[in-house]
Design a protein around this ligand. Structure first.
Ligand SMILES: [Zn+2]
Length: 190
């Protein structure tokens, strides 16, 4: 590591400690005597995401975070849950030991977790990620939730199921189809 002040190649380590799964080293330049800090972290092997159109892109944790964060926006979820979710998913990738993962698999992993966490976040994420090409697809997703909710009447861990305003907002942001909105309203009114 070159000295950031004079560019000299050699430095000595004057202190070293473990931090956040890495090592922090305090160094001193052997030429100018300046002190600086370096961090050493294990770099996992590169992971590539295979996109729908077949292109490959290096896995980007921030992108994953942004997607999840957007879905969870203004939902009454515990602090840090979004980061934890991304951590879990990332850890699972590396656990799989594969160099490439289809984006669909990542999306499913996120949806699976959001579904157990918050239905609104789940539907939001699904509506962006799945792009809900047609009304049937979105209705199906909502139906699945309603059915699974009905199957577990004693579950108290979930937040309220899809209030009308949320569905209306979703409906508006997608297609302004009257039929679509009617389908959803029917679903939530019973
Ligand atoms: Zn120096």
């Amino acid at each position: 590591m070159d000295c950031p002040y004079c560019g000299y190649r050699d430095s000595k380590v004057i202190d070293s400690r473990d931090v956040n799964k890495g090592i922090r080293r305090r160094r001193q330049c052997l030429s100018c005597g300046a002190r600086f800090t370096t961090y050493e972290r294990l770099q996992p092997a590169s992971l590539y995401v295979i996109k729908k159109d077949g292109r490959r892109e290096e896995f980007n944790r921030n992108k994953l975070l942004t997607g999840i964060r957007k879905a969870c926006e203004k939902r009454p979820l515990p602090t840090g849950i979004v980061d934890k979710l991304a951590d879990d998913i990332e850890a699972e990738f590396y656990h799989m030991g594969k160099a490439e993962i289809p984006s669909a698999v990542i999306g499913d992993m996120v949806m699976e977790r959001l579904k157990n966490l918050d239905y609104i976040a789940y539907i939001r994420f699904a509506s962006v990620y799945r792009e809900f090409a047609d009304i049937t697809a979105l209705k199906q997703a909502v139906d699945t939730l309603v059915t699974s909710q009905a199957g577990t009447p004693h579950s108290t861990s979930q937040l309220p199921l899809l209030p009308n305003e949320e569905l209306e907002a979703l409906a508006k942001s997608h297609r302004r189809s009257r039929k679509w909105t009617r389908l959803i309203n029917q679903k939530t009114s019973n």
